[in-house]
Design a protein around this ligand. Structure first.
Ligand code: HEC
Length: 152
């Protein structure tokens, strides 16, 4: 049963989250870099199998596409908080242009749009359309990496 005590505990936790969000402004630049890279790793984790399906390397499964696309809609918003000016001097694979060129922001938006489209198309169950939508997401990854990430 939800008692008044529970309710107060819930409010205290919510307030704690608020404090954490404000405090994140003071997170160390090295931590921000690690976090943005971690977010990218998860993007790759959930996109990888879909790319494999589009290329015919992984058996097509519309349910997996729909599930992963849903995760990606949220994950694809996460890396960008970590690209603050305070991180410019931290060693990473990010090229300096990312901090100056408006195309970097456009690349983020293109990726998010392509993922939202994939999530919508995934529900149709139409294999050809879904594979094409996966391909469009893949283009946004390489489009941005070509310009803003050190060659691997
Ligand atoms: C708008 C630009 C942009 C888009 C779009 C983008 N990335 Fe990245 N990605 C970067 C940058 C910049 C780095 C380098 C991060 C760093 O080291 O600071 C990176 C790094 C990575 C890494 C390496 C993470 C690590 O271990 O350090 C992976 C994996 C990755 N991206 C996967 C993807 C995938 C998959 C997509 C598409 C679904 C994608 N990225 C879309 C800019 C982008």
């Amino acid at each position: 049963m939800l008692t008044k005590k529970h309710l107060l505990a819930g409010i205290a936790i919510a307030a704690g989250i608020g404090v954490a969000a404000t405090a994140s402004a003071q997170v160390k630049p090295e931590t921000l870099v690690k976090q943005r890279q971690s977010a990218m790793v998860l993007v790759a984790k959930y996109f990888g199998p879909l790319g494999g399906m589009a290329q015919g390397r992984v058996p097509f499964n519309a349910e997996v596409v729909a599930r992963n696309a849903g995760y990606l809609e949220v994950l694809a918003r996460m890396p960008w908080d970590g690209f603050t000016d305070a991180t410019k001097d931290v060693k990473s694979a990010t090229l300096p242009a990312a901090f100056a060129d408006p195309k970097f922001k456009q690349g983020q938006e293109q990726m998010q749009t392509a993922i939202a489209n994939l999530a919508a198309v995934a529900k149709s169950g139409d294999e050809a359309k879904i594979k094409a939508a996966i391909g469009e997401v893949g283009k946004t990854c390489s489009g941005c990496h070509d310009n803003f990430r050190e060659k691997q």
